[in-house]
Ligand binder design. Sequence first.
Ligand SMILES: N[C@@H](CCC(=O)N[C@@H](CS)C(=O)NCC(=O)O)C(=O)O
Length: 208
Amino acid sequence: MRLYHHPFSSNARRAVITAHHLAQLAGAPKVELALVDLSKGQQRTPEYLHMNPNGRVPVLDDDGFFLSESHAIQIYLAEKTPGQTLYPSEARAKADVNRWMFWNAHHFAPAVAVLNWERVVKPMLGRGETDPKEIARGEMLLGDCFRVLDQHLADHQYLSGDGLTLADLAVSTPLMAIGPAKLPIEGRTHILRWFDAMRELPAWKATS
Ligand SMILES: N[C@@H](CCC(=O)N[C@@H](CS)C(=O)NCC(=O)O)C(=O)O
């Protein structure tokens, strides 16, 4: 399999980290990484758009089966790996992991993206002044998400169940922006404890 990514993309990193983590297991799919240079517009070439018409990273190519959307890629890689424990098969356990993954895709990652765009990407690409209204909107959205996440982690070591799952890998990757995008994390001690543990994972370190 080939996984198209860019190192600055937290969406791509979610899939890359999952592949790295699963690679510890003998039956894991062999995943080769391919860099897509977003700054050169390589995500908009006809060849790339054939794999992912959205023109975004990541996309997985499994022998001509093209799969975009980072959370879907995580699930596919896990389900292709015999003996994995990142994605449970029991209905309620699986639903709970799904819940956090959907929460991430719909609420958390988009909230981080507002601040990341205003404070990191816009200045980097010279796309105009920071918009204070957008900053206020991003901080409000993220404040809500941080409250929910911190409360949950106050009495849970991991997001779902008793061990590391796809949910932890999914939700931790937007926090790559914690410093550069000045995410309002002050006082969220439970998130910081959990995120420190995520950063200690060999898969996180290998993809930094
Ligand atoms: N929902 C998608 C989002 C993918 C996405 O937005 N990727 C960004 C990088 S973080 C991208 O490729 N942007 C390139 C562009 O917009 O031209 C996923 O989770 O995979």
